[in-house]
Each structure stands twice: as C-alpha cells, then as structure tokens.
Design a protein around this ligand. Structure first.
Ligand code: SF4
Length: 509
C-alpha cells in the first residue's frame, strides 16, 4: 500500500489517480498526516498546499524506509501566462491543481523511470481539451503545445485526441440542435455468465429469468416518466446496454422496443443501438425482432478471438459463436455492427492481439472499439490480483501495453476505420485509453454525446446513471441502485431522483 498525506481534501481524487497510474498494482491511500501518525505510518508522499498567506505548495517524496528522496515546491510567481488560461477556466484552483499534478508527475517519472502516455492528465475525457480549444479557434499547433507543456502528453496521444476532436465536431454538426435534444439509456443488467474482469451491473440470467417480466414492467413505468421529462425535446439517440440486453427473449426484446416507441416520440431518433454483447446470447429470432423494431446498430463483442483466453476470462462462448452471430446479423440486414476488443487480457501478448485483429478484419465490422483492460474494484480479476491469489495463469500486465495498442490501432486503420471517440477509465492497462474506430458515417452517435457531455442522458434501469447538462454547462447526475431486487422494490424512489433533477432545471435552481 502506498500511503500519501495531503493537508486538504480538495485534490485527493486527482492525486490518488495520478499515483495509481504509476503504480497500477498497488493500493494507494490518501489521508491527512494526523491520520497516518495515528497509525504510525510515514507517508510515501507528503503534499502541502499553499494558503492565501503562504501560497507555495510543496511535495515530499520518501523512500520505503522513510528517507527523503526528493522535495518540490511551487510558488505563484513562477507560473507562466499559458498556465492561467487552461481549458477556458483560469480560476486559481484549476491552475493550482494542474501545477500540483505536473510537479508530482515529474517527481514520479524520476522515481519510477517511466513516463505515462497521457502525462499528468487523469480525467476520463482527454478529448475535451482539444474540442474546447478548437471551438475557441485555436490552431492544432497551439493545442499540441498546450498538451505537451502543461500535461506532458505524448505526441502520439496529442495527435490522436486532436484527430478525434475534429471528427466529433463534424459528426455533431449533423445532429443539428443537439444541446436541446436528449438521449435515452436503457440498462438490462443480465448476462449469460459473469466475466472475470466485469464490474458492471450484471446478474446471471439463469437465476433471474422469472423476474425479467417484473423488470420490464419497471422499465415501462420509467418510460412514462421519461416522456414527461423529455417532453417537447427531440429524442436523438437510444442505447440499450447492460449487462447483455440480448439475454432477453426475442419476444421480450420486441416488447421492450415497442414500449419505447409507444411511450416516447421517436420520430427524430437518429440511432437505436442494442448491445448484443455476448455472442452466445444471440439467435436469428432476436435479430429479426430487433431489426423489425428499428434497431440501427448492434454490438457483437468478441473481446478476443483466442479460444483459451475466452475460457480463462469466463466468457463461456467460443470464437466460432462470435463469427456465426456476426454473420447471422449481416444476413438479417444489420449494416452497422460494432465489435469490442480488450487489450491486456490475462495471458495475451503481441501474437494473440495480432491473431485477433486478423480474425476481426476478415469479418469487416463497421465499428471497432478497442479497450485497454481496466482492472476495477468489484471484479473477480481485481480480487485475484490484490489478494495475491494470482496463480501465474493471470500475469499482472502485458510486457508492452503500448505496443498492443499500436498493433490494434494499425489494424483498425487497415480495416478502413478511423478513430472517432475516446475515453479513459481508472486502473487501465498501461494507463492507456479506450478508442472507438468507425467507417465514415458509421460512428456511434450516443458514444460521442455521452463522452463529450453535451446533452441530457436519461437513463432507466438498475445501476444506470442519468446526466443533466444545464444551460451554463454545469452537469449533475443521479443514479439508480445497482442491485436488481432493490431497484424494483425502490422504483418510486429511483424515479423521484430523476424527477427532482429535471424539475430543478425547470424551477431554475
Ligand atoms: S458481458 Fe459485459 S456486463 Fe456481462 S459479465 Fe461480461 S463484462 Fe460484465
């Protein structure tokens, strides 16, 4: 465990994320110095933030035996003009945070001997900076300089984020007045089995089969509320995710999508995605039902095309099933199929990723999302790694995650797909990112809207998060409980949370 002391709470989260990025397999704990003193623990890092009277901030880095390794300080006189104009927000808190992170980043690079691809940027949406700067009329050159000098972002990641920002802007233009529209997310938290790395709301369908009808009834109640909350505005995209929505029967899927059309005005809806996710949950009847119901985009997710890995990670389907499900979807007329891949899966290196890319290329998907494995709390993989139960079958990290990402990126481009959205999560392999690649005109609109936080997302179902984007750019969220039984028992409360969030805007609060 890496103990860190900080004298005020404000940057706890950022410090934790940055240190964890350098030490992905360690627990990082951020507390006050007094709390560590009570436990007689000498912090590895001690961070003191300045006050109005004494504005310097200082960082001390200690070795494992408590010896001082390095100290760094910063005072406001040393800050350059560019640091005060960050991302449209030049308040001192924002500036102090960036400086603190940069100073800490420099020290950790010296301490560990390696740099991070995204430098000191820890947020999950790195494309928002180039997007904002392009909106402000800044040149690519200026964006490169800003990301390099303030955050130490590598050239490769700077170029990637700028390319994506350009493409997102082009796609958003086609959506018209998207800020006054909204999107709907429907969560179906059931899966055939639970994958080793899963941290999503996911319950084995076998055990919940008899309660799916009750769950659909709850969704219908929520849809009635959505009709009120979204009233008068255009519903632009619908995303049915989970879990694995295609664990529902063909009849249930059909009924769910009919409910959506009956309760809401879908006349302006540009995209209806259903995550078919696990190939073992798909059959022709379900594909026909989705096609008839107007689904425009589906995901058939292999994650890997290596049989042994699929078994190791608990997917319980075969490569053959992925290929068959994909071909069936094409036969049924789906012309926008996404495939999700994960890099850094246990036991996978360059050879396995190359093999996966070759197999996927043969299928010619319209859209490919390449994830770097994120080992999250709550997943069985996290428990195995942290508790030291790693038997050797689960190597902690691939030797060169950057290389795997490059192989996947080159493979996607060779398939004629180019990057259109990107996001990061905590604890990602190699501190990398997830990137969506798509053919021109096949971009997932919902993916862009949710990542750039440009419009309301009303989310229904267990474990979902609704997001309200206010006129002044402020964003507020409300969630639903993850546990399915609780969600159903407490449905009125879950709906009331959403009602309050949307009423707040109406009342100008
Ligand atoms: S298919 Fe997705 S949601 Fe379901 S268990 Fe696997 S990772 Fe979790």
């Amino acid at each position: 465990m890496i103990p860190i002391s900080i004298d005020i709470d404000r940057y706890k989260y950022d410090i934790h994320s940055l240190v964890r990025a350098f030490y992905p397999r360690e627990e990082v704990c951020v507390r006050t110095e007094e709390e560590w003193a009570e436990q007689e623990t000498a912090p590895f890092l001690k961070i003191c933030l300045g006050t109005d009277a004494m504005p310097e901030l200082s960082i001390r880095l200690r070795g494992s035996r408590g010896e001082m390794l390095e100290t760094g300080t910063w005072s406001p006189e040393g800050v350059s003009a560019s640091e005060h104009s960050t991302n449209g927000s030049d308040d001192s808190v924002h500036t102090q945070k960036n400086v603190l992170k940069r100073l800490l980043y420099e020290m950790l690079v010296r301490e560990t001997g390696h740099a991070l691809p995204w430098g000191s940027l820890t947020g999950i949406r790195p494309t928002r900076i180039p997007m904002q700067m392009l909106e402000d009329g800044r040149t690519e050159e200026e964006i490169h300089t800003y990301l390099r000098e303030l955050f130490y972002v590598s050239e490769e990641k700077r170029s990637l984020s700028i390319e994506i920002a350009h493409r997102e802007r082009q796609v958003l233009e086609t959506l018209g007045d998207f800020r006054n529209g909204y999107s709907l997310y429907i969560g179906i938290p059931f899966c055939p089995t639970t994958c080793l790395y899963c941290s999503f709301p996911s319950y084995a369908i076998g055990a919940w089969k008899n309660r799916v009808e009750d769950y659909l009834h709850c969704l219908d109640e929520e849809l009635k509320l959505v009709a009120t909350l979204g009233g008068g505005r255009s519903l632009q995209t619908i995303y049915v995710g989970g879990g694995t929505p295609t664990t529902l029967t063909a009849e249930q899927l059909s009924r769910l999508l009919t409910m959506v059309r009956e309760r809401l005005d879908t006349g302006a809806c540009r995209e209806l995605t259903v995550e078919a996710g696990r190939p073992d949950s798909l059959d022709r009847d379900k594909l026909v039902a989705m096609k008839r119901a107007g689904v425009t985009r589906i995901s058939v997710n292999p994650q890997t095309m290596n049989e042994e890995t699929l078994q190791r990670i608990g997917r319980r389907h075969t490569v053959r099933q992925t290929i068959d499900a994909y071909r069936l979807a094409r036969e049924e007329g789906f012309d926008n199929i996404n495939m999700d891949l994960i890099l850094g899966l246990p036991g996978e290196g360059e050879a396995e990723v190359r093999h996966t890319m070759e197999e996927v290329a043969a299928l010619e998907p319209d859209d490919l999302t390449v994830h770097a494995l994120a080992v999250k709390r709550g997943s069985r993989l996290y428990e195995q790694m942290i508790s030291g139960k790693d038997t050797g079958e689960l190597p902690a990290d691939p030797p060169d995650p950057d290389r795997l990402m490059t192989i996947a990126a080159e493979g996607a481009r060779e398939m004629g797909l180019s990057p259109y959205y990107l996001y990061r999560q905590k604890n990602m392999t190699g501190n990398l990112e997830n990137t969506g690649y798509a053919a021109q005109g096949r971009e997932g609109l919902y993916n862009i809207l949710i990542m750039e936080e440009l419009q309301d997302i009303i989310a229904i179902g267990a474990g979902t998060v609704s997001k309200r984007v206010f006129g002044d750019g402020r964003i507020e969220r409300c969630d639903s409980v993850k546990e399915v039984a609780q969600y159903m028992d407490r449905l009125p409360e879950m709906m009331e949370r959403k009602r309050r969030l949307w009423e707040a805007e109406k009342n100008g609060i």
